[in-house]
Design a protein around this ligand. Sequence first.
Ligand code: FES
Length: 131
Amino acid sequence: MEKLTGPRRKFLKGIAFIGIFGGLFWRFLVPSQKIPQKALLEVQKSDIPLRGALVFKRSRAVIIRREEDVYALSLVCTHLGCTVNVTAENLVCPCHGSIFDREGKVLKGPSDKALERLEVEERGDKLVVLV
Ligand code: FES
């Protein structure tokens, strides 16, 4: 096998250097592709009661309608992750007693962070909650 020496060796080192650092540099220059969101729930718009809520315990999410405003909240408590219960006035965590308002804001701790608001997309006569 032929041993690489002199300018040929330098040339190959240069190519390797450009390949490695060019690749790393490219990763920082080009934004990564957005990961497509998954549909968590799909419901008929007409199924959501006016000024009411639809609770999905298994999916740990609630869809709330206030007049024309429809939004979804995660029912995962921001304290330690228990499933929050939905009551007529607010959302209550059964584990340590955190209370959230209907928009997910903390009314009473120990949780100090609002419930996560989930993205809702309209698809014809259906609403799709994305995660
Ligand atoms: S897990 Fe909800 S208050 Fe602790």
